[in-house]
Ligand binder design. Structure first.
Ligand SMILES: C[S@@+](CC[C@H](N)C(=O)[O-])C[C@H]1O[C@@H](n2cnc3c(N)ncnc32)[C@H](O)[C@@H]1O
Length: 509
């Protein structure tokens, strides 16, 4: 038989195998591949049938288990979304008020410092070295990314990170997990990957968060390249006292996330976290987007990528540029951005971040602060920028401005200076104002320059006050705001007055 005829026959057999399996899978939740053989024109062993089926298992929603010479095929049940029950929801909702860093973890950090330096952490010489490390890190941070030395990957610098940054990032991660739970983005069991894990802030915070859930479980993997950080990670995850009954923390994978790590990653990751790491990588937005896209290949089809970065202006707007770059490469931005005009945005001046109640200073911070410049060593503010990305196109805010609406796109705001307009836009900041004027960043996805709503305190009325309490990211309709150009900041302010009406678009429908 010539090669062409042979190949045609193989294709026919393969097609018949696949269509038969599809048919049988539709009628039986579990079956053996040997059962398929009887329906086929040409005799095939279970092994041969399996070889044909294997590349299509995921697409057919099937799983295979070897049973001797045969294979048991079963339908993969769609992963179950984890909906917290009432008690769990109460525990989750109280997280912003839990502002004390867990004492057991604080003690583990103190013990780790003592162990590493060979003297008690309260020794004045040690405290002074920690102070110097903290100041050096902060000075480094304000430099442009390509000039930073990323010193905190070594010796005292890691200890300084534990003393100064760890508590705030830990509490912040718990809040982000609470948000994912509320939004229905957690499943009954989660495979989680923390990329650029440092000393284990994210895994420990996730384990702490899971201790508040009754049924959900998680396996947390982590990647980190620095030995010093891995050593701290290992100590703190073993000694940190964080309950791990519902979450298992795997030993970190030592790898460079900009290199070839694919073979070392688990498949079907439900949640990937990049916390305070992407902004540190050298290269362009495109380079970072490529890294995120590479990792996204390991995401479950309904998985999420969470990127969190410090709220500082350059880093924060860098995150928005990165978000748009990966959106253009096929990921969807689930939140916080909404694209209500179905346009892509101009992210380069988008400075948008979340604020949460501050944490209480830890005993270690207070001890370090017992000096001439105490403010340098106390880090309690929670401010961060985040984005959640998806592969399946899911978005939090499906609202689109209805056709024929008499509202102005913010891309045309420059044509309406000193005029009253109606707009629909998301509230993209907490209150940025002062005692007299409340101020909120607005975005409708079309603006080329930043736009802020300004509400003087004496203009608050029941018709416009919803802007004060609306959650970050909610879409508001503002009727009758006056446009002003702010030359100093090259931005637009829309002034909310007593006659302005503001409503959440979902309350209007
Ligand atoms: C600011 S720390 C953040 C640690 C942790 N994710 C958090 O939020 O606290 C950044 C971490 O990323 C790690 N990192 C930076 N570049 C990396 C790379 N190319 N590969 C692996 N890890 C990297 C650093 O070693 C450091 O531990």
């Amino acid at each position: 038989m010539n090669a062409r005829r042979q190949s045609t026959r193989t294709n026919v057999t393969e097609k018949q195998i696949l269509s038969t399996i599809k048919y049988v899978a539709g009628t039986k939740p579990v079956f053996l591949l040997s059962e398929i053989a009887v329906y086929l024109d040409a005799p095939q062993s279970a092994g041969q049938i399996y070889a044909v089926l294997r590349p299509h298992l995921k697409e057919f929603g099937l799983a295979a288990k070897k049973c001797g010479e045969d294979f048991e095929i079963s339908r993969v049940l769609p992963p179950q979304i984890y909906f917290p029950n009432e008690t769990e929801s109460k525990r989750i909702d109280s997280l912003p008020d839990e502002n004390t860093f867990p004492p057991a973890l604080e003690q583990a950090i103190e013990q780790y410092i003592t162990r590493k330096v060979g003297k008690d952490w309260t020794d004045p010489v040690i405290l002074e070295r920690l102070r110097r490390a903290i100041v050096a890190q902060k000075d480094d941070y304000w430099k442009p990314a390509h000039k930073r030395s990323l010193q905190y990957t070594k010796g005292y610098a890691v200890l300084g990170y534990l003393a100064y940054h760890f508590p705030v990032y830990f509490m912040q991660t718990r809040l982000l997990m609470a948000m994912l739970a509320r939004e229905g983005l957690l499943k009954n069991h989660m495979t989680i990957l923390d990329v650029g894990a440092g000393p284990g802030v994210v895994p420990l915070a996730i384990a702490d968060f899971y201790s508040r859930l009754d049924m959900a479980t998680a396996t947390i993997h982590a990647i980190e390249r620095s030995d010093e950080h891995i050593e701290a990670f290992t100590y703190l995850t073993q000694q940190g006292g964080t309950p791990k009954t519902r979450a298992t923390i795997e030993p970190p994978i030592k790898a460079d996330i900009t290199g070839a790590v694919k073979d070392q990653l688990p498949d079907g990751i439900d949640l990937m976290v990049f916390s305070n790491v992407l902004n540190e990588l050298p290269g362009s937005v495109k380079d970072r987007a490529d890294i995120v896209m590479g990792f996204a290949e390991h995401l479950a089809p309904d998985g999420s990528i969470l990127i969190a970065e410090p709220a500082e202006e350059v880093t924060s707007s860098g995150l928005r540029s990165l978000s748009l770059a990966v959106k253009k490469q096929g990921l969807s931005i689930y939140s916080p951005c909404s694209f209500i005009w179905k346009t892509n945005c101009t992210p380069d001046r988008c400075w948008s971040f979340v604020t949460a109640p501050p944490i209480r200073p830890t005993p270690l911070m207070n001890t370090l602060a017992a000096c001439d410049e105490p403010f340098r060593y106390v880090n309690t503010d929670i401010k961060y920028s985040y984005v959640i990305l998806r592969r399946d196109g899911k978005i939090r805010e499906p609202y689109c401005v209805p056709h024929g609406s008499r509202v102005l796109r913010l891309s045309r705001i420059h044509l309406h200076v000193e005029k009253r307009i109606n707009i629909i836009a998301s509230k993209m900041s907490e209150d940025l104002g002062d005692k007299e004027n409340h101020m909120f960043k607005l975005c409708d996805g079309s603006a080329e320059k930043p736009v802020y709503a300004v509400l003087p305190g004496f203009h608050i009325t029941p018709e416009n006050e919803v802007i004060l309490s609306a959650p970050y990211g909610s879409v508001l309709e503002l009727e009758g705001v006056l446009v002003r150009y702010n030359k100093e900041h090259d931005a637009y302010n829309v002034l909310v007055s007593r006659s302005t009406r503001i409503a959440d678009v979902h309350d209007k429908i």
